[in-house]
Design a protein around this ligand. Structure first.
Ligand code: FES
Ligand SMILES: [Fe+2]
Length: 384
């Protein structure tokens, strides 16, 4: 967060806490259950949301050096993301231009050439087709036109963003608005990947995000884990176009920050939750960052696939540092998988009962409302 915004934020929170105010939306909101259960709705989300919005497909820390690469299929399309010898990140469909099989089967690695396992056609980090075994058999083929199909990406703020068709970096910056400078302030491009895990769950992809967007549930669901450390039912929310920031206050926020007459730095006392719309959750955790990417599993509204990554400010060197991250990871997974995702699994199952036609987002859940309002606007569905 930049200095001016820190001052504004601290002043706003001080008033809230002094007056006992909970930041609220003007109305409660109802969203059709079909948004979580209807396969046609999931298909609309793919074409009307995922294909039209910039989307984080990797974090820079996954491929810090020239020749590093990652593959990814969470978007539903096989992607290969490389860092070239010029240090530029590029992305391609991981689809061989001979007969279409997957060129790179490893999840990640470092190499300058990618040889297709089927017949050995070989590409470089720029996607250029460099060699064809028995090339005399393809005399009519224009080798220069058989490079891997490129997917437009830009690397910005330590994240690799897939751009919608026709967009360039200036469009991304414009869509982020003031959030661009705020993301820059976290310097995620200087972080290293401590660990990452792929997770599949039997619930709609939006449930994985919903849990990050309100603290109303903390006192109940997280009473034995993180509730003592985070202020419940309080989430001052700011929107930047479709992107959202919800700040959660750590228990250390009082009285040190709120009662100070001078502005002090709020950052050690908050957890900053950002929805990089539509499906990335970027979390400032004080001594580290988290990046979550959530996707529908195919067109199945009742299944999701996601990755969680923990980014550390520097490479782990000592056993104590390793224990610190191990503990952090255990708390994160214990809270999210065993608590948040447990109620989401139960909710998805409950939707099958036809008990109700709509779910409700309270006035005290403004970030959650903003997320679903944006989705509904793009999908042409009705929230009320
Ligand atoms: S399919 Fe890749 S070389 Fe044949
Ligand atoms: Fe939660």
């Amino acid at each position: 967060m930049e200095q001016l915004e820190r001052e504004r934020f601290v002043a706003e929170v001080a008033v809230h806490l002094r007056d006992g105010v909970v930041p609220m939306a003007p109305f409660t909101m109802e969203n059709p259950v079909a948004a979580y259960t209807d396969p046609a709705h999931t298909r609309r989300e793919r074409t009307l949301v995922f294909d039209t919005q910039p989307m984080v497909i990797a974090v820079s820390a996954q491929l810090p050096n020239a020749g590093d690469f990652v593959t990814d299929e969470l978007t539903g399309e096989p992607l290969l993301v490389t860092r070239g010898e010029d240090l530029v990140v590029r992305a391609f469909f991981n689809v061989c231009r001979h007969r279409g099989t997957k060129v790179v089967c490893e999840a990640s690695g470092s190499q300058r050439r990618f040889a297709c396992p089927f017949h050995g056609w070989t590409y470089d980090t720029r996607g250029t087709l460099r060699s064809i075994p028995e090339s005399y058999a393809f005399p009519e083929l224009d080798q220069a036109r058989r490079h891997l199909s490129e997917v437009p990406v830009v690397e910005r703020h330590g994240l690799v963003w897939r751009l919608p068709s026709g967009w360039d970096e200036a469009d991304l910056i414009e869509s982020l608005g003031q959030l661009d400078a705020e993301l820059a302030s976290y310097r995620a491009e200087t972080y290293v990947l401590e660990r990452s895990e792929q997770i599949e769950q039997p619930f709609n992809w939006k449930f994985a995000i919903d849990g990050f967007l309100e603290t109303y549930h903390f006192r109940f669901l997280h009473s034995k884990t993180i509730a003592p450390f985070i202020r419940g039912n309080y989430g001052p929310t700011t929107t930047y176009g479709h992107n959202i920031r919800m700040m959660a206050l750590r228990s250390s926020y009082l009285p040190e920050v709120a009662e100070a007459s001078d502005v002090v730095d709020p950052m050690p006392h908050v957890a900053g939750v950002y929805i990089l719309f539509p499906n990335t959750v970027f979390v400032w955790q004080g001594d580290h960052l988290e990046v979550w990417r959530m996707y529908p599993h195919g067109d199945d509204p009742g299944r999701s696939i996601m990755t969680a990554s923990l980014l550390a400010p520097k490479a782990t060197e000592t056993a104590e540092e390793q224990q610190h991250w191990d503990r952090n990871w255990a708390v994160l997974m214990g809270t999210v998988l065993d608590e948040d995702f447990a109620v989401s699994r139960a909710a998805q199952a409950g939707f099958g009962s036809r008990a109700q036609t709509h779910v409700v987002y309270g006035r005290n859940e403004p970030a959650l409302q903003a997320f679903h309002r944006s989705l509904a606007a793009l999908c042409g569905s009705e929230v009320r």
